[in-house]
Write a protein that binds this ligand. Structure first.
Ligand code: 5CA
Length: 445
């Protein structure tokens, strides 16, 4: 993409309404624009990152054997009356009447709709296990939408639902989700710690929230510092292997890590003093096993191998896709702007032409652009007639992890400069080597 042909409305001023750094940077970098309280338009740069986050979520869900579909945002109230949640959900639910006076709602979550799809189509234990998921907009009329996309009213969520014959099978699905989430967040450059939590309006006894530690997080968390040393990394996982998934769950949940809702001071105080941590975290996902709550209420049954009709065991598993952008920025920025992890960056590399209009510099940039594109990379070429300082400031603000700087002086010696946004370290090398280096960085990502 050439910057002169792109739509990147960066702001010079720091917007007064934004209280936390990720919100400020998303506005300043021209990623989002508020449309109404807690409702945002995703401008091209923000939309690119959102799509990348979504892509990683899709890839990891499908790696775990979960099947994508797409349910609507608007739902009929009838299903929610069946489950008993139409009244329970309260003011957070946006209720709508259609022209025939029928009660509709903008879905805050999809347990009812998916259970309805399931019961209409699945009747035998032979069709289980089954996990269906989608990535779709949700609406919750939050009392205090704030912090930009972090607590929106309209927000993008991945929500997945498992259907299993027995509790044991459903707990394997729970573990599978936990494992796939660890991988998902790490691919986005995040450490998200599974913590024991409260199930709230979803119901059920088994639930973990995934929290990214950040001062601006809305949840208070208590944990054993040893947990932050755990890395999932590039492990080979067989998602059908019950013991393997269980072992990962145990590894990542056996140390103390809880939100304030489940915090137990006495247990916490048993930890050695120097390992006790009290901090704040951003909840980027939550998994639940809730048994047969919905299948009982909505008569979602299958026939087992004895020919008996039994309710299916279910769980639901959410990832805050749009919230993740805020969480990633909270975890990865400096005073000049965002620092995107390679996994989600909107463009792989920026090209800064220090002397636009100089025939040699222009040609070198064009050549680099073509060579990078030919390698399957997406460069952003700053081809504006602007001072070098302004170009660097824009690149730093929008946070591309790598920058290639091209100027007449370097070109005389046959070199360009490759700079890491994270470390600020630069290296002079030939344009060909710079392309090869960037391609290599993204090879495994
Ligand atoms: N049905 C279940 C799981 S599919 C569910 O709704 N879970 S949830 O309520 O925990 O939401 C899942 C994730 O969505 C949360 O972990 C959080 O990351 C994100 N989320 C929830 N509310 C908001 C909000 N108002 N703005 C942005 N993201 C949100």
């Amino acid at each position: 993409m050439r910057l002169t042909r792109y739509f990147l409305p960066v702001l010079k001023e720091t917007p007064a309404e934004a209280q936390i750094v990720s919100h400020r940077l998303m506005l300043r970098a021209g990623m989002i624009k508020q449309a109404a309280a807690g409702i945002y338009s995703w401008l091209p740069l923000g939309y690119r990152v959102l799509r990348n986050v979504e892509r990683i979520v899709h890839e990891e869900q499908q790696r775990a054997g979960h099947i994508p579909l797409l349910m609507p945002t608007l739902q009929s109230a009838d299903l929610w009356r069946e489950s008993g949640r139409y009244d329970d959900y309260g003011e957070e639910m946006l209720r709508i009447k259609d022209r025939h006076g029928r009660d509709m709602l903008y879905g805050p979550t999809n347990e009812e709709l998916i259970t309805d799809i399931f019961r209409a189509n699945v009747g035998s234990y032979k069709d289980l296990p089954l996990t269906l998921y989608h990535i779709q907009w949700k609406f919750r009329d939050e009392m205090r939408p704030r912090f930009g996309v972090m607590r929106g009213r309209e927000f993008l969520m991945k929500d997945g639902y498992n259907f299993d014959l027995t509790k044991e099978d459903a707990l394997h699905a729970y573990n599978r989700h936990l494992v796939s989430y660890l991988r998902t967040y790490e691919r986005m450059g995040l450490q998200a710690i599974p913590m024991r939590a409260d199930s709230g309006p979803i119901g059920g006894d088994y639930t973990h929230e995934f929290l990214v530690l950040a001062e601006t997080g809305e949840s208070e968390v208590f944990y054993d510092s040893q947990i932050t040393e755990l890395k999932f990394g590039n492990r080979e996982i067989d998602y059908d292997d019950v013991a393997q998934c269980q072992a990962v769950l145990e590894e990542f949940t056996s140390r103390y890590a809880r939100t304030d809702e489940t915090h137990d001071e006495a247990v916490f105080n048993d930890l050695p003093q120097d390992r006790r941590r009290v901090a704040r975290g951003i909840e980027v996902g939550q998994i639940f096993y809730f048994g047969t709550i919905y299948s009982d209420a909505m008569a979602a049954t299958v026939t087992n191998d004895k020919g008996e009709k039994v309710p299916v065991h279910m769980g639901s598993h959410g990832i805050g896709v749009s919230r993740l952008l805020g969480a990633i920025i909270e975890a990865s920025h400096d005073d000049r702007g965002i620092i995107w992890p390679e996994g989600v960056t909107p463009f792989h590399v920026g090209i800064v032409n220090l002397k636009q209009g100089d025939a040699e510099a222009d040609k070198a940039c064009e050549d680099l652009y073509k060579a990078l594109t030919a390698k399957g990379l997406d460069p952003l070429y700053d081809d504006r007639e602007e001072r070098a300082g302004a170009k660097f400031a824009t690149m730093d603000l929008i946070g591309l992890p790598w920058r290639i700087t091209v100027g007449p002086r370097g070109l005389k010696n046959g070199v360009v400069e490759l700079t890491s946004r994270r470390t600020g370290e630069s290296e002079e090398l030939s344009p060909e080597l710079a392309v090869a280096r960037v391609a290599e960085i993204y090879l495994d990502i």
